[in-house]
Design a protein around this ligand. Structure first.
Ligand code: CU
Length: 251
């Protein structure tokens, strides 16, 4: 019995060695061709994290499914076998320990990177942002409004911001939970009723909702009937255009 299991184990390792590089090639291809563009500094960090987790997840998927499928095919009970299948309760210890070791290693690695490393990168950008542009974001069922206290702009339905500058969004909800999300920026912040929370985002690409629908504010917390329509137009413009817009807004 033991000898058979070793043979099976070697077969499984061979199938892993064939499938994992093929799958990882697909992962690289799909990140290059299928993933949306990222338009913020913070989004680059979340994209790096997702890229890493994507690679690990696909690898784990293959590590888990290959032994299952292999066992189901190679050790299936013939249809005409009137005896019930034997139940093997022997632990195959080398395999078990390798499995446990790999699991612990993957979890530890992901906890450190991208977990702790990514969070620290995000916090450092926020901490380094001296004197950011402040935008007050208010969400209510089911619309957004944006105020720029320093610029004297109140309740704009459009979110217009300058490119390549850190922007501090101070988010508040007037009713239930919402979530401030501009998909192209790759990061979001939940609005909790009764709490004032903030997020620093540095857009890196001049883009408008007309040019790319991912450049829009979209509520991403299921907040009731109008949730899907809870959107707002976004315009990321040059510093010059932003100043002209501010001048046109404040009379
Ligand atoms: Cu919502």
């Amino acid at each position: 019995m033991k000898r058979n299991l070793w043979r099976d184990f070697i077969n499984v390792v061979i199938i892993w060695a064939i499938l994992i590089p093929i799958a990882q090639t697909f992962v690289f291809w799909s990140i290059d061709h299928l993933w949306p563009a990222v338009g913020s500094l913070q989004g680059e960090i979340t994209k790096d994290a997702l890229t890493f987790i994507y690679h690990v997840t696909v690898m784990v998927f293959i590590l888990v499914t290959v032994p299952f499928v292999y066992a189901a095919i190679v050790h299936r009970v013939p249809l005409d076998d009137k005896q019930s299948a034997q139940i093997h309760t022997h632990a195959f210890s080398p395999f078990t320990f390798v499995w446990l070791g790999v699991s612990i290693m993957i979890n530890t690695v992901v906890f450190v990177y991208p977990g702790m490393v990514g969070l620290e990168q995000l916090w450092n950008i926020s901490a380094d942002a001296k004197d950011p542009l402040v935008v007050d974001v208010t969400g209510q069922q089911w619309q957004w409004s944006f105020s720029y206290p320093k610029q004297g702009i109140m309740n704009s339905p459009v979110l217009e911001v300058p490119v390549d500058q850190p922007i501090k969004f101070i988010v508040k909800s007037d009713d239930v939970m919402h979530s401030f999300w501009v998909p192209i920026w790759g990061i979001k912040q939940a609005l909790v009723p009764g709490m004032t929370r903030s997020i620093v985002i540095t857009p890196t690409e001049e883009v408008t909702t007309d040019q790319n629908p991912l450049a829009r504010v979209q509520c991403s917390w299921d907040c009731g009937l109008g949730h899907a329509q809870m959107r707002a137009v976004v315009k990321v413009v040059s510093d010059k255009e932003f100043k002209a817009w501010v001048a046109s807004q404040s009379f």
